[in-house]
Design a protein around this ligand. Structure first.
Ligand SMILES: Cc1ncc(COP(=O)(O)O)c(C=O)c1O
Length: 452
């Protein structure tokens, strides 16, 4: 048995017992996984000392870089008190503080916080709460959710039943809840031929129609506000969200805003729903909540929902849902420190010049014939590669262009993980302009190495 250090790392031992997520394991025979030993700010360091910019914040979780002294300290302090305790019948200060802060920082109608431990689960909880709310409010026929094509909300079966990306759901279609998919926004290939900055979210008509046709049977609508991450960082207009808010209010349908990816400053503001005056029935949070240190998630909701579950035990109106690691104290302590870093010293305000710089450097990609579009929302940016700029034709799947670019990136010290042919950047928020330049240059070289 080995200690945690990697001196005796041997690929055969990795392959013998480990099944990595979202990975064709056979490929690791010729392309071994990176053996990362250390993290330092925006860098990951392998056992040979080679440094890689963590361009995708380790699956979009890391906000303040690796090995951050304040976050390390917050966890160590909490560790000296207590690592974990169950959260039913027991409470603790880190969770109480965190719930208070989350309620303070999110839209005013959100007053209750239900903790869990990953993004998919925060979505499962919102779906289940919504369904149970309708059961207990005399509208049992409200059992369906509307979701958008291109939407992604995690990979448990409930979350997959509101997933608008075939790749993730096709093997399980037969057993998923039958929800209602509607055509979502697609600004780069806008069927209305409109420009995202000036459009009036004409594409909302699809959702509106489905909502009208299914009035009374829809429990809620779930969206990733402003950016559909897994679909390739597809960015859409806030007008869409305004229309959604109005339509859901009008039909008394729940709104589930999944800010698992976009929350905690990624778009330049703390939460999309707050900065756009939205009033979610449920808000799902995870990923950045602990700045990528520990698994934690929260589903926030309103007093109205909460009161429907509130009553004598005998009424059996309680929400029967639990996870062993709900509100883990180490994770909550880390989340409290994360929120303190995000809200102190004008942190978000100070992102503005960086966001501008990403826009300036990134838009230079538009000059290249393989760049269909450079797009950006706050600290999230993406380049959609195309075979042909005019027709916007994509590359053949079998060409595995994105994967080849990923391999070229590794040679140049940038860890990207393209989504198909979309090369995207969602770096730790602490990245500097100099590092942004290095990241963009390395991405450009990697793309050119594959495509020219
Ligand atoms: C918008 C969104 N929701 C939910 C999830 C699922 O989160 P997790 O991977 O923690 O289950 C993700 C993960 O990428 C996500 O991007």
């Amino acid at each position: 048995m080995l200690s945690n250090n990697s001196e005796n790392y041997d690929l055969k031992r990795d392959l013998k017992n480990i099944w990595h997520p979202c990975t064709q394991m056979k490929e690791h025979e010729s392309e071994p996984p990176l053996l990362i030993e250390k993290g330092d700010g925006i860098y990951l360091i392998d056992r040979n000392g080679k440094r890689y910019i963590d361009v995708i914040s380790s699956w979009w979780v890391n906000l303040f870089g690796h090995n951050h002294p304040h976050l390390n300290k917050a966890i160590k302090n909490q560790l000296d008190q207590m690592a974990h305790v169950m959260f039913a019948g027991i409470t603790h200060a880190p969770a109480i503080n965190l719930a208070e802060t989350l309620v303070e920082l999110t839209p005013p109608n959100l007053t209750k916080v239900f903790f869990s431990d990953n993004g998919s689960t925060s979505v499962e909880i919102a779906l289940k709460m919504s369904l149970q709310y309708w059961q207990q409010s005399g509208e049992k026929q409200r059992t369906k959710f509307i979701y958008l094509s291109g939407g992604y909300h995690g990979e448990t079966l409930g979350a997959l039943s509101v997933c608008g990306i075939n790749l993730f759901r096709e093997k399980f279609n037969g057993v998923l809840m039958q929800n209602l998919e509607v055509q979502g926004p697609d600004c780069y290939r806008c069927p209305y031929d409109l420009k995202p900055d000036s459009c009036q979210a004409e594409c909302f008509e699809h959702l509106e129609k489905t909502l009208n046709e299914n009035r009374g049977t829809v429990a809620g609508v779930i969206v990733e506000p402003l950016v559909q991450g897994a679909a390739g960082m597809k960015i859409y207009s806030p007008v869409y969200l305004k229309k959604l808010q109005e339509a859901c209010e009008d039909s008394q349908t729940h709104t589930i805003y999944d800010e698992v990816a976009v929350g905690f400053g990624r778009t330049g503001s703390l939460f999309v729903c707050d900065s756009h005056g939205l009033k979610p029935t449920f808000l799902c949070l995870s990923k950045g909540i602990t700045s990528g240190y520990l698994p934690l998630a929260a589903t926030l909701t309103s007093d109205l929902i909460y009161q429907t579950f509130y009553g004598e035990h005998a009424s059996m109106k309680l929400f029967v849902h639990s996870h062993s690691y709900s509100a883990n104290p180490l994770a909550c302590a880390c989340a409290n420190e994360t929120l303190s870093l995000l809200t102190k010293n004008n942190f978000l305000e100070n992102l503005k010049p960086k966001i501008k710089f990403i826009g300036e450097t990134g838009s230079l990609f538009n000059e290249y014939k393989w760049c269909g579009e450079f797009r950006q929302k706050g600290m999230i940016a993406a380049i959609e590669l195309v075979r042909d700029k005019l027709s916007k034709d994509t590359f053949h799947l079998k060409d595995r262009v994105g994967h080849k670019i990923y391999l070229e990136g590794l040679k140049r010290g940038v860890l990207m993980r393209p989504l198909g042919d979309v090369i995207y950047f969602i770096p730790p928020l602490i990245i500097t302009n100099e590092e942004i330049k290095v990241m963009m240059d390395a991405a450009l070289e990697s793309i050119e190495a594959v495509l020219s």
